[in-house]
Ligand binder design. Structure first.
Ligand code: GRF
Length: 200
C-alpha cells in the first residue's frame, strides 16, 4: 500500500506512522511522499531523514480547487493508495475527497463529534470535560465528520493545564493512528457494511 501524508507542521503523527512501518508493526506499506502546505514544516525534515520524498506546495493566495488539483497531481505521480492527514491545517476540497473516497484518514485530538475544528484540546479543557481523547476517522466533505475508525480516551486530571492534557492526548494519537493505518492496510475496515479494500 502506497501512502501519502499531508502535513502542515511538527509531524509527530507522521513519525509514529513511519516508525510503525520501519518496526514492522504495519506491513506491506510504505510512505512514499509527504506533502506540506508550509515550507518550514518540521514534518518535511522527518520525511527526508527517512529517505521519503518531501514536497512543499505553497497554498498562499491560491484558490482551493486549483491547489487541490496540484496535490492530486502529486498523489497520482506517487501512485497513492491511501492518503493520511497528519496535522494538515486546511480543508480538502471535493475533488480529492471523491478521488480518494474511503481512502483518506485523519487524526483529530478530541472525542468526535465533540470539539471539531482547531484547538480541540483547548476547547475540551475550557469546557471542563472530565474525559478527553482522540479520534481517527475517514475524511468526508464535512469538518472532522467522516466515519469513525478508532477512538481513545484519557482522563482530565486535577491540576491539568491545556498543555498537560494536550500531551496526554498526543501520546494516544501516536498509538491509534498507526493502529488505524494497519487495519486499513490489512483490509479490515468497513464503511456502511462494505469492505474498504486496500490495494496490494
Ligand atoms: C495533532 O494533535 C493532530 O491530532 C492534529 O494536529 C496535531 C498535529 O501534530 N490534527 P503533529 O504535526 O502530528 O505532531
Amino acid at each position: 500500500v502506497k501512502i501519502a501524508v499531508l502535513v502542515s507542521g511538527r509531524g509527530s503523527n507522521l513519525q509514529a506512522i513511519i516508525d510503525s512501518i520501519e518496526k514492522g508493526y504495519i506491513k506491506n506499506a510504505a510512505v512514499n511522499v509527504v506533502i506540506s502546505n508550509k515550507a518550514d514544516a518540521y514534518a518535511l525534515e522527518r520525511a527526508k531523514n527517512h529517505g521519503i520524498s518531501a514536497v512543499f506546495l505553497d497554498s498562499r493566495g491560491r484558490d482551493r480547487a486549483e491547489y487541490d488539483r496540484e496535490i492530486l497531481k502529486v498523489l497520482r505521480q506517487y501512485d497513492t493508495d491511501l492518503l493520511l492527514l497528519a496535522g494538515y491545517f486546511r480543508l480538502l476540497g471535493s475533488e480529492i475527497i471523491n478521488a480518494y473516497r474511503n481512502r483518506i484518514l485523519n487524526i483529530h485530538p478530541s472525542l468526535l463529534p465533540a470539539f471539531k475544528g482547531l484547538h480541540a484540546q483547548k476547547q475540551a479543557f475550557e469546557y471542563g470535560v472530565k474525559v478527553a481523547g482522540c479520534t481517527v476517522h475517514f475524511v468526508d466533505e464535512g469538518l472532522d465528520s467522516g466515519p469513525i475508525i478508532i477512538q481513545r480516551c484519557v482522563p482530565v486530571l486535577p491540576g491539568d493545564t491545556e498543555e498537560t492534557l494536550t500531551d496526554r492526548i498526543l501520546e494516544q494519537e501516536h498509538i491509534i493512528y498507526p493502529e488505524a493505518v494497519r487495519l486499513f492496510v490489512e483490509g479490515k475496515l468497513k464503511v456502511e457494511g462494505r469492505n474498504v479494500t486496500a490495494p496490494d
